[in-house]
Write a protein that binds this ligand. Structure first.
Ligand code: ADP
Ligand code: ZN
Ligand code: ZN
Length: 743
């Protein structure tokens, strides 16, 4: 290679492994840093790639090396620690590096050359005018809305530039405010400005919480190792005050000018948690979640990465945010499945957070009432330390859990009479009731009463769910929709039955049965519109809605003080599921939803319906609790050779024609057999539990091993081989390292 040629390795967003070599322009004094974005031509397209490193030599002959079209950034957007984390993740999850980097970058930076973050517009009172108080009053006299807005701004106004109000703040405080803002600007009573996308939180909470001894011990134990790496599991029952522990840890970190990253499963579902952090801390905050638009999200990311925001609250992908002063990571509800990305780059944000904390020599806290079996296993192996909060902070006992045996009972839309009379009893005593069923819609299927025809999805091995209010059939697996049939497709009969019950049907039945009680359904269908979830949660919180019917959306972190009865309607499906994590999920769910009962003054009660009251899982859970269940479950995983005892990798493949996917997987197995894989067991090809979905046939190969190293050595050899197979071109395939499920 001629000495005057400079070469860089660039990661490019494409499905190929590895990086690509490009020539740097011959500019004197050009300094480049890994993590800068460049525009390059790739095939026939112009793409934005990221410089990984400068190298001396290339396998590509000098005359064939393409030049970089443009260098887009003056400085690196991905500091060394993040770049290393991503390089590691690309290897570990055996995923193309370019695509890994794409996932980590804010969308705004993937598509635009310009990396200038947009600023947030805000408004504040304009004092630089010569109007007297009387003049102002006069000019607002006939405009009550303007008066209200002006007063809000007056209340918020201080010398600090951050203390005006922005659109978010107005949306929280009032509605239809924009016209008044415009009028006030015209009258020069207020002025507008811009600022970085950072919230300034003020400790406005009047509640002074004195940590109890368990909480204090946990805080001390974690703070004692504040400047070194350690994984702390905060295992506290629901309502034991885990959030107060997080807050105490945040306070001391923020006081030491450190940044704190808090990962939560889904911000939309837990507005209360974010609110609590804002209310209890004096700091600068960036919130990162999927409901923000690309510009907002990048602005918040930028504020965090330049230390303009000290507290960062975000969902899964926030783990990739550069944080120059990061001192602590907190993962709330660490067992939650939403930390695992289920398509594309299939990473687990909890696991990457632990690695990030290790690389940065900082502590990480994993909080949960029901820690994952992975974390419990790591505690057993003494890799993680654990701190228990065994008492509810308000000293209230945990609710009594009992089983309702469904066998031979008369059922009303799937609910036993004993359950219905319990609901009545609690309502009569001014209690609030939460019913939990993990099935949306009115009924899972429609069936012809004359010939047995059922509403199957044409593209999946699944029934289409009947949604009564819209009078439609929806497939929850591929999204297909059609009008509900008036008569049978097969025999023309109009005698059509709705089989089984979902949230919509339960809601109808309960509203008919308890007409004087407000029944509120909380699932994805009823909370689609902006603000509707907040409104429903508000009514649930105030007690206005006496009965809440919901899906797992309701199981997460909500604090409804008036709930006295929680009912879990369907457990049998999970007890006999093909998914190896199903029983763990069920145990977590029962424990979590049970924690929703009896949080405040009134004692709580939990009822679980099942046809299998003697099932060992339910018995262990009821009589000995989640920890005992987890112990048994870990033994079962060990016996079955499943995670977290053994390591699992799934090679999934799907194709429109059944044969193509099977051929690819068979060849993949043959390739694997060419090397010595004695440390790795290979099963398959096998059909996926749902063989056909969205018109594609799905098969998979499962790899199991005790030896993480051997498994990864093998994968890094195997994956590029798979890419070379001719049969790979006719299929979609993906590797899933540490899969969350096997569907
Ligand atoms: P968790 O996160 O474990 O479910 P929270 O932190 O939300 O529990 O606490 C439940 C309730 O108890 C909250 O209202 C919280 O303010 C209150 N609380 C927590 N710790 C204490 C304490 N030490 N003293 C008084 N109240 C507390
Ligand atoms: Zn029929
Ligand atoms: Zn379908």
């Amino acid at each position: 290679m001629p000495p005057d040629i400079r070469i860089v390795k660039v990661a490019i967003p494409c499905p190929l492994y590895g990086t690509f070599d490009y020539r740097l322009p011959a500019l004197d004094g050009l300094t480049i840093q890994p993590g800068m974005r460049v525009r390059v031509s790739f095939g026939r397209r112009q793409l934005i790639g990221i410089i990984i490193e400068e190298v001396q030599n290339s396998d590509v002959p000098a005359e064939k090396l393409k030049s970089i079209s443009a260098i887009l950034d003056n400085v690196s957007l991905l500091p060394e620690d993040i770049l290393n984390l991503l390089l590691w993740a690309a290897r570990y999850y055996v995923h193309p590096l370019g695509d890994v980097l794409q996932t980590a970058l804010p969308v705004q930076l993937r598509n635009n050359d310009d990396a200038t973050p947009s600023l947030t517009e805000f408004w504040r009172v304009n004092d630089a005018h010569d109007l007297s108080a009387d003049d102002i009053q006069q000019s607002l006299k006939r405009a009550p809305k303007q008066q209200q807005i002006y007063q809000l701004l007056k209340d918020a106004n201080t010398a600090d530039i951050n203390h005006g109000l922005d659109a978010d703040a107005f949306n929280r405080l009032t509605d239809n405010w924009r016209p008044s803002i415009k009028a006030l600007l015209d009258k020069r009573l207020i002025e507008s400005g811009v600022r970085p996308a950072v919230l300034t939180s003020e400790n406005t909470s009047s509640k002074v919480v004195q940590l109890n001894s368990e909480q204090t011990e946990a805080v001390h134990a974690i703070e004692n190792h504040a400047h070194q790496h350690a994984v702390h599991v905060l295992n506290g029952i629901t309502g034991s005050g885990k959030t107060e522990v997080y807050l105490a840890l945040c306070k001391s970190m923020l006081a030491a000018n450190k940044q704190v990253l808090i990962l939560v499963p889904e911000i939309g579902l837990t507005p209360q948690l974010t609110q609590r952090f804002l209310e209890c801390l004096d700091t600068t905050v960036a919130v990162l979640h999927s409901a923000m638009n690309d510009r907002q999200r990048y602005a918040a990311w930028h504020a965090a990465s330049t230390n303009q925001a000290q507290l960062i609250i975000g969902t899964r992908s926030s783990i990739f945010t550069p944080l120059p002063e990061l001192g602590l990571i907190i993962i709330d509800e660490e067992h939650d499945g939403s930390y695992k990305q289920q398509d594309g780059f299939r990473y687990n944000a909890r696991d990457l957070a632990i690695l990030r904390a290790k690389n940065n020599s900082i502590p990480i806290v994993l909080g949960s009432a029901t820690p994952s079996l992975e974390s419990l296993n790591n505690i057993n192996e003494q890799r993680y330390s654990v701190h228990y909060l065994k008492q509810r902070a308000n000293k209230k006992p945990l609710p009594r859990i009992s089983l309702v045996n469904l066998c031979n009972q008369k059922l009303h839309e799937g609910m036993a009479e004993t359950l219905l009379s319990k609901i009545k009893q609690h309502l009569d005593q001014q209690g609030q009731v939460l019913l939990f069923i993990n099935r949306r819609g009115f009924a899972p299927l429609l069936m012809c009463h004359d010939c047995g025809w059922t509403t199957n999805c044409l593209r999946c091995d699944a029934h289409m769910t009947f949604h009564k209010r819209r009078n439609q059939l929806h497939c929850h697996h591929c999204g297909s929709q059609r009008a509900a049939p008036e008569k049978c497709d097969e025999c023309g009969s109009t005698n059509i039955l709705a089989i089984g019950a979902g949230t919509e049907r339960i809601e109808h039945y309960l509203q008919d049965t308890f007409p004087s009680t407000q029944v509120s359904r909380i699932d994805r269908d009823t909370t689609r519109n902006k603000g509707s979830l907040e409104e429903k949660l508000e009514k649930a919180h105030s007690g206005e809605s006496g009965i809440l019917v919901g899906t797992q959306m309701l199981a997460k972190g909500h604090d409804f003080p008036n709930i006295t009865l929680v009912c879990v309607l369907d457990t049998d499906q999970a007890l006999f599921s093909a998914d190896f994590r199903a029983s763990e999920h069920l145990a977590q769910l029962i424990t979590q939803v049970s924690g929703r009962a009896g949080r405040a003054e009134k004692p709580g009660e939990v009822l679980i319906q099942t046809h299998h009251p003697d099932h060992p899982l339910l018995q262990t859970l009821l009589h000995s609790g989640y920890q005992a269940f987890a112990k048994t479950a870990l033994q079962e995983r060990k016996a079955a050779g499943l995670p977290p005892i053994r390591h699992l990798v799934l090679l999934r493949c799907e194709s429109v024609a059944t044969q193509a996917a099977q051929t690819f997987l068979q060849q993949a197995v043959e390739r694997a057999r060419q090397v010595n894989t004695t440390d790795i067991e290979i099963f398959g090809p096998l059909p996926a539990p749902m063989e056909r979905r969205a018109g594609r046939y799905r098969y998979q190969i499962m790899l199991q091993s005790d030896q993480r190293k051997a498994l990864h050595r093998f994968l890094s050899w195997w994956a590029p081989q798979l890419q070379q197979l001719v049969s790979a071109r006719k299929v979609r395939w993906s590797l899933d390292v540490d899969p969350y499920d096997t569907f």
